[in-house]
Design a protein around this ligand. Structure first.
Ligand SMILES: Cc1ncc(COP(=O)(O)O)c(C=O)c1O
Length: 378
């Protein structure tokens, strides 16, 4: 049986050539010339003044929060349904994540709940675009303006996506991307912080590199970390970026094709193709089991695995993370939509290297597993 992994990136452009150039010229560290070129080209794609490449999307979030001066006791409003990197970045500076529930239609944060969560301590709103469709940015921008709040835009999964024709990653004070291999553009590991503010950009550069003082090296006024991004990563990133448009088109085709194959399977909620402000770029192809399916995502995943199909569960809510519960956080908080998505959502193989034949097999196996559950054989 040929196993179909949940993600396999496509690396058959100029990646090898640019990597060989790094090795031939001896530029493999973060000082190499591809890093600046990648930052510059990514800033153009996102329509931002400055891009600062860093070691991961998680690092980018940590730098973004610190660069905005968010600190002890400040509150940052964010979705409960997201990756832990978002909450970690807020808590690392001593600030408090304040959570909102999800919208079951787009799987993004429910922006209608934000205003009620604003207090005198609120410093920022972290918007996190998930699974291929953007958050309703206009609504959040209006609130930020009204209450004088910063916006951190987590566009880790949104390479090439737009909101009302404007690039995701171009909104608010600061934005971030991840280049992990399941993203539309990968560098193996990696991330980027983007902003239009020169001072914030300079601060991000400093935070990326141990906070060396400008005037004298090895002397530090502040603590950060080593979040540098290598020339080797940038070489891969540049080759990937050359194909962004093609990759988006392929992912959109994949999304539509999976939907065509799965739309008649009763019990599955499939991703929506478009909203009034964006067309789905299907970061991954997510599926949510409806209430009539008497199983959770883990059961379906186990059965798919037995059929040779890789999958991943959706994110687990922040308010239900054992690590935060042990710290006495989010006591008695409930976010029913997010909890539903976390228990009933999963995604099927969605990597750019996936073939149509593999997608047909995946769709057949999903159908088989869901039918078996419905028949009560599991
Ligand atoms: C929405 C979101 N934010 C942040 C991250 C963190 O990125 P990384 O894995 O590069 O640290 C991810 C990773 O998948 C993500 O999906």
């Amino acid at each position: 049986m040929n196993y179909i992994p949940v993600n396999e990136p496509l690396l058959n452009g100029n990646e090898k050539e640019y990597l060989c150039e790094c090795i031939d010229k001896g530029w493999i560290s973060s000082e190499g010339p591809f890093v600046k070129e990648f930052e510059q080209k990514m800033s153009v794609v996102v329509n931002r003044g400055y891009g600062i490449a860093v070691s991961s999307g998680t690092a980018a979030l940590e730098i973004a929060v610190q660069a905005l001066g968010i600190g002890k006791g400040d509150e940052v409003i964010m979705p409960t349904f997201t990756i832990i990197s978002c909450a970690m970045a807020v808590m690392k500076v001593g600030a408090v994540p304040v959570l909102v529930d999800s919208d079951l239609y787009t799987w993004n944060m429910n922006v209608d709940e934000i205003e009620a969560k604003i207090t005198p301590r609120t410093k920022a709103i972290m918007i996190v675009h998930l699974y291929g469709l953007p958050v309703k940015v206009d609504r959040v921008m209006a609130l930020a303006k009204k209450f004088n709040l910063k916006i951190i835009e987590d566009a880790a999964e949104m390479h090439g996506q737009t909101y009302n024709k404007k690039p995701c990653g171009s909104f608010g004070d600061i934005s971030i991307f991840s280049f992990y291999p399941n993203k539309h553009i990968t560098t193996g590991e990696g991330g980027m912080v983007l902003t239009d503010d020169k001072e914030i950009a300079e601060r991000c550069r400093m935070l990326r590199n141990l906070c060396f003082r400008k005037d004298v090296r090895y002397v530090h006024d502040e603590i950060s970390g080593n979040y540098r991004f290598t020339n080797l990563q940038a070489a891969v990133g540049l080759a990937q970026l050359e194909r962004l448009h093609e990759f988006i088109e392929k992912k959109r085709w994949m999304g539509r094709y999976y939907t065509e194959r799965l739309q008649d399977v009763e019990g599955l909620i499939l991703p929506i193709e478009k909203t009034e402000y964006a067309e789905n770029i299907y970061w991954v192809y997510g599926i949510v089991l409806d209430k009539n399916i008497q199983a959770d995502n883990r059961t379906v995943q186990r059965l798919l695995e037995e059929e040779g199909i890789g999958s991943r569960a959706f994110f687990w809510c922040m308010h239900q993370q054992p690590v935060y519960q042990q710290q006495g956080m989010f006591v008695n908080e409930m976010y029913l939509n997010a909890e539903y998505l976390a228990r009933k959502g999963f995604y099927i193989p969605s990597g750019l290297a996936l073939t149509k034949e593999q997608m047909n097999i995946v769709a057949e196996k999903v159908l088989k597993v869901v039918n078996n559950i419905k028949k009560g054989t599991e």
